[in-house]
Design a protein around this ligand. Structure first.
Ligand SMILES: [Fe+2]
Length: 302
């Protein structure tokens, strides 16, 4: 008989096991070869029939053994309690780490939101800067942006993208002489030609900014028309990107719906008639339909 155990607390464990009739007392872990050696040696000794102390009859424990067993149990319980305490400490440490990580993530999120807000405000400031030279059209870009975003919702384009493009689309007017921007009355052909480079100038200003959308290209194309009659490159149809087609419609409708120093507002009704009449000619038919739809649903400029 063997007493094979993983728990060894006291020298008396060995004595106790031997008193129960065990021939050997082995504590885990034991190498397999070593264990086999012990077994073989023990079997050899048994075969030699060396008389040994007969095991004590079951059920009869001396007072000393009872005391020892109680101490043995108490020692095991103390060990378990120590282990529990260690586990609780590990657990507390893990909870602390998780809380610290959550705080760090919240800090990063706040920094990201602040940065995003700063970028949005910079875009708005850049847009306003151009409009300050031309107080008569102040607010034009933000109104165009709002209509372009609403049309984007109907056509599946990105709202955020159209907001940025709308706010910046005329930033290139910075190169147009203020006398022409604010001139009352109709522009002459020469003056009109002096306005036209603002698309290219806007592209040149925005080209170096790594927006996640084609902002500069849209600004370059926002006066192109579907039949190739626009400027600066007389692009037609699919050569014009969808963002520029949306912006073209929002730009024309806002311009006609608002007052100018040299004329009263043409009015929203007439603006919508203009885009309906040129649906598929100057303007993308899907964008025209989406624009008419948003006005039917009650869209209004401020
Ligand atoms: Fe423009």
């Amino acid at each position: 008989m063997f007493f094979y155990t993983a728990t060894y607390t006291d020298e008396r464990d060995r004595d106790f096991a031997l008193s129960l009739g065990a021939e050997r007392f082995v504590v885990k872990p034991t190498e397999p070869d070593s264990l086999m050696g012990i077994i073989e040696e023990t079997l050899r000794q048994s075969a030699a029939a060396v008389p040994k102390t007969p095991p004590r009859p079951a059920g009869k424990k001396s007072q000393e053994e009872t005391v020892y067993l109680r101490q043995y149990n108490e020692a095991i319980i103390r060990k378990l309690e120590d282990k529990m305490e260690q586990l609780e400490q590990v657990n507390r440490k893990l909870e602390q780490n998780i809380a610290e990580r959550k705080r760090a993530e919240a800090g990063l999120q706040t920094s990201y939101e602040k940065l995003q807000k700063m970028i949005d405000e910079t875009i708005e400031a850049l847009g306003k800067m151009g409009e300050m030279r031309d107080p008569y059209t102040a607010g034009h870009q933000s109104r165009v942006a709002r209509l372009a975003v609403t049309i984007a919702r109907e056509t599946g384009a990105l709202e955020k993208e159209m907001m940025v493009i709308g706010l910046l689309h005329d930033v290139g007017k910075i190169i147009v002489p203020v006398e022409i921007l604010t001139k009352p009355g109709k522009l002459t052909e020469v003056e009109f030609q002096m306005i036209q480079p603002h698309s290219q100038a806007g592209y040149d200003i925005l080209y170096g900014i790594e927006f996640p959308w084609p902002v500069a290209l849209t600004v370059l194309q926002h006066h192109e028309r579907m039949n190739g009659s626009g400027y600066p490159n007389r692009l037609a149809g699919n050569q014009i990107i969808m963002e520029a087609r949306i912006l073209a419609v929002a730009d024309v409708v806002e311009a006609m719906a608002s007052h100018r120093p040299y004329r009263l507002a043409v009015g929203t009704e007439n603006a919508l008639e203009e885009i309906s009449g040129n649906r598929g000619v100057l303007y993308d038919p899907r964008v025209v339909d989406a624009c008419l739809g948003v006005f039917r649903k009650g869209f209004k400029f401020d």
